[in-house]
Structures are given as C-alpha cells and as structure tokens.
Design a binder for this molecule. Structure first.
Ligand SMILES: Cc1ncc(COP(=O)(O)O)c(C=O)c1O
Length: 388
C-alpha cells in the first residue's frame, strides 16, 4: 500500500508517540488538579507544550486554546465571534473554496439570519488560481463586517493565501480575521507576527501529530485586538472558560512535539516534497496524454510543496481510484468524500462538473520514497490504461 493522501491525514511520527506515551498511564494526573503533585506535573507538561507552540507561531501563550481538532476550533472561532451577545456587527465574509468546517458553519449562520458574503477566487489558468480576489474582498468587507474567514492553504489544490494583505483589508474596516490554517501549520512558516491573523485554527494530525487535538489562537496578533468568544462547550471552566473539559496532556504534548519536529525539518521536507512531486508528475505525464494541473502552476511559490491536483482525460477520478486500490489518493477532499458532488473547490476555480469529476488529488508526505513514487506511477498508469 502506497500512501499519498497526506492532506487527509498523516501518520503520527514515532518520535511524537514516544513523547506522548508517559502521559497516558505513568503520569496520569488531571492537569486541573492543582492541589497535588501528580496534577501539577501534568499541568506543567501542558504549560511547556503551550510555550513551545506559542514560540513556533508567535502568539502569546494565554491566547492558545486546545480543542478536539480543527473542526471544533473553526466552529468555536466563527460561531463564538458571531453569536457573542455583545457582537453588534452581523456580517461575515468568507471565500467560495473553504473547507466544509468553515462553509457549513457560515451556511448555518446565514440560515439563522446573519448576512454572509462569499468572495470568489482567481480562476483556473491564472497564475494565482485559487487565491482570493483581493479587489472583491475589499469591496465585500465593510464597517458592518464582524469577521472574515479565509483558509491559509487549500486542502485540494494547495494554494496559499496572501494572509497579510487579507489582514490589512479586514483591519481597515475593524473586522477580525480568522484563518483555517489546518493545511498550513507544520507545512509552511506560519508566523502571526508577520501575518497579523486574529484567530487561527489547526489540527495536529495534519503535521504528523495525533488525531483528536487541535488548537485555536485568539488575539495576540500585532495589535492584541480585543476578541470576545462565546464558548461552545461549558462545564468546569477550564481554559479560561472558553473550552471546558479536562485537557488531555498526552495529546497536547504530542501536538507540540509534532510542531517542533515539523519546524526543525520544514526546509528539508519541502525540498524533498518538491522533488518527489515532480517525479510523480513527470512519470504520469510521460505515459498519459492530456493531464492538466488544477490550481496554480506547480512551480508557483503559492502552492504547497506536496500537493498535486490534476484532471485526466476520459476517466473519472473515483473510477481510477477503484482500479488502483493499493495507492491511496483521492478524487476531491477526503473530508467530504461521503458527498458524491463534484468538488466545490474545483468548481470554485471554474472547472466544469465533468472536469471536476475527472480530477484527482495527491498529497505527498515526508516518508514517501523514490521507490514508492516509481511504483505508484507504474500502478497508476497501468490502472488508467486498463480503463481507456
Ligand atoms: C482545510 C481544512 N480545514 C479543516 C479540516 C478539518 O480538520 P479536522 O478533521 O482535523 O477537524 C480539514 C481536514 O481535512 C482541512 O483540510
């Protein structure tokens, strides 16, 4: 089995697992039991992990919340801002190509009477295909806008958004900026000093950490803007009353350890991913005519290094996947693969329904070897040729 679906998830790095293990049964204290040593030891581990994450993304330690994953972080950020009882602004702006974790929350706000604007992105063929149209964004954000939500990196076509320019547009109107950075954290440099994003969501399992833990940063950008969030989960008042419930030291330690490794290895990983992606693309192109890249060109700096998304002639992505079961790739977003509709991201950059259905996504990872690429090309080409 060759795994090439790292936008869906990554294997937990063994070095991360090793750091997590003591926090399950040896050091099992409740980090909120400050009255005894076992509890305080667990609390200290969480504090150290939080400090490491704060240093990595440049945010104050008390502006980080731990959640169950990016989906919860995003729900908390968007609903929490818009539904806060003291929120006077009722308008939210987002893009047409967000992950459903953002899209569905915004759709529900709209059904509940909030005003929503979905800004288009540059279309297929443009060098910046998938980047938000900044003129359209500037026209959409007004002094009635409470929140703008734009993902940092797209999970299907890997396009990176110009976060600082987006932040400037938002802040000129007094709106807050949330970024779903689930595909960016651990893959590219994410620095809240440079990009001045007010709220940021991420999930550890996308950067070789454990599943079941995510983070939300709030405030702590350059201007330390005041941010009021209505909690989704109430109960014991943990995490400053913003996310009640006993924290999971093993998961938080794993999240921080994974981010530290990702930071330390980022340059080498990016170099490797660019190389193996080119090998995969070249191998497929040499033997299958008519492949077309979806999103920005592969040599563009605005594309995640491990992302490859393209359309194939005559064959639907789902059919190709079924004919090649020992290579793990996907025909759209894995998170919405229960949904048979063609990808809204590919439709959002202007592909026809048919071309979107004929598209596939590969997400390469640091453990993919040259041999795996070679073997995947052989299997993919032979499966494709059996179908046409
Ligand atoms: C861009 C993006 N946002 C949010 C999510 C949701 O992450 P999780 O399932 O870890 O909550 C994903 C998962 O694929 C994603 O790619």
């Amino acid at each position: 089995m060759i795994y090439m679906d790292h936008h869906a998830t990554t294997p937990c790095d063994q070095r991360v697992v090793d750091q997590m293990l003591p926090w399950f049964s040896q050091q099992f204290g409740n980090p909120h039991s400050s009255s005894h040593a076992l509890g305080r030891t667990a609390a200290d581990a969480i504090a150290r992990a939080t400090a490491n994450i704060a240093e990595s993304i440049h945010v104050a330690e008390d502006r980080i919340l731990f959640t169950s994953g990016a989906t919860e972080s995003i729900n908390l950020a968007i609903d929490g801002i818009m539904r806060h009882p003291r929120q006077r602004r009722q308008h939210v702006v987002t893009t047409t190509i967000e992950h459903p974790a953002v899209g569905d929350v915004v759709d529900r706000l709209e059904r509940d009477g909030f005003e929503v604007t979905r800004v288009p992105v540059y279309q297929q063929g443009h060098d910046l295909a998938g980047q938000v149209d900044l003129d359209a964004l500037a026209a959409a954000v007004t002094d009635r806008t409470a929140l703008v939500s734009v993902h940092w990196a797209n999970n299907e076509i890997g396009v990176l958004q110009p976060m600082q320019q987006i932040a400037d547009i938002c802040h000129a109107q007094g709106a807050l900026l949330h970024s779903d950075a689930t595909q960016a954290v651990g893959r590219v440099a994410v620095d809240l000093n440079d990009s001045d994003v007010d709220l940021l969501s991420a999930s550890a399992h996308k950067f070789y950490g454990p599943k079941g833990v995510g983070l939300l940063t709030f405030g702590g950008g350059r201007d330390q803007r005041r941010i009021r969030i209505k909690p989704l989960i109430i109960g014991g008042g943990q995490q400053s009353n913003l996310r009640s419930g006993t924290m999971a030291p093993a998961l938080v330690v794993g999240c921080a350890a994974a981010l530290q490794l990702a930071d330390a290895e980022m340059e080498a990983t990016q170099e490797k991913l660019l190389r193996v992606r080119q090998q995969l693309w070249q191998g497929l192109q040499d033997q299958i005519d008519g492949l077309v890249i979806n999103g920005p060109p592969l040599d563009a700096l605005v594309r995640l290094a491990g992302n490859l998304n393209f359309s194939v002639p005559l064959v639907e992505g789902e059919t190709w996947m079924a004919a090649c079961p020992d290579v793990c790739f996907s025909s759209g977003s894995a998170c919405s693969s229960a949904n048979p509709m063609p990808s809204h991201v590919l439709r959002g950059i202007g592909l026809s329904e048919q071309l979107a259905r004929q598209s596939v996504r590969f997400g390469l990872g640091k453990e993919n070897t040259d041999d795996e690429i070679h073997s995947a090309v052989e299997r993919l080409v032979s499966a494709y040729k059996s179908l046409v």
